[in-house]
Ligand binder design. Sequence first.
Ligand code: PAF
Length: 277
Amino acid sequence: MQIARTLSEVQAACVTARGSAGSLALVPTMGALHPGHRALVHAAVASGAATVASIFVNPLQFAASEDLSRYPRDEAGDLAALEASGCALVWMPDVETMYPAGGGTTIVPEGPAENWEGTARPGHFRGVATVCAKLFGQVRPDRAYFGEKDWQQLQVVTRMAADLHLPLEIVPVETIRETDGLAMSSRNRFLTTEERSRARLLYAVLTETARALAPGGAASGPLDAARQTLAAAGFGVDYFALVDGPTLTELGSRIPGARLIAAARLGTVRLLDNIAA
Ligand code: PAF
């Protein structure tokens, strides 16, 4: 497995890797890799492409109130996990490479970026869309892999690639869960033991609510019940909503392609999850 730390290194390595494998797949990450990331790499490797993983903690996607320095970092563990997963190349740019002095262009996504995380974390999707566009331009992958865990991010990037006619396919990969249902996330490590045991409730309530939603029936009753159950268990519920999967538009009743999305705080950790409804 090769490691590139400069733009010229990654560009040369990508040309070589595409030449030998025939196609290139990109798995963008911010490091602190867990089995959810490994599933992305496995899907990319299984496609037959040479697989490039990027590790870059992107300052532009953290809101002013969020602590960038608290984001977990584990370079040695990440490199070992990527090598074991069959990754061909790791792209580890620094901030100056990604955001050179004098830069004046960012991408401000609308549509699916507008509500939910877009409201809770102002500027977040501008940061995500901008860094993804840069990574796509640097690596020029045929496909890029994103987890369904961050459903809204997946839709924002898919929309951006379509809107800008970017010559790559965005491939979604199913959420990987702990045995009790909690969606894997780099942030789970910040839950206390007691919070960790309560955290399973988020997925349990999502699945229970999906079952309770009758096709065509009003969603408000099951959604209110879900919010109350979580609040009673000590979650600070930012949102628990039924939306159209690709556009994230709020729905009053279930339709084909609907998604239940939720963000809820436990202690200092904000948990995100979603399922098909
Ligand atoms: O999901 C993430 O880890 C990040 O938002 C991403 C896609 C790597 C962009 O920085």
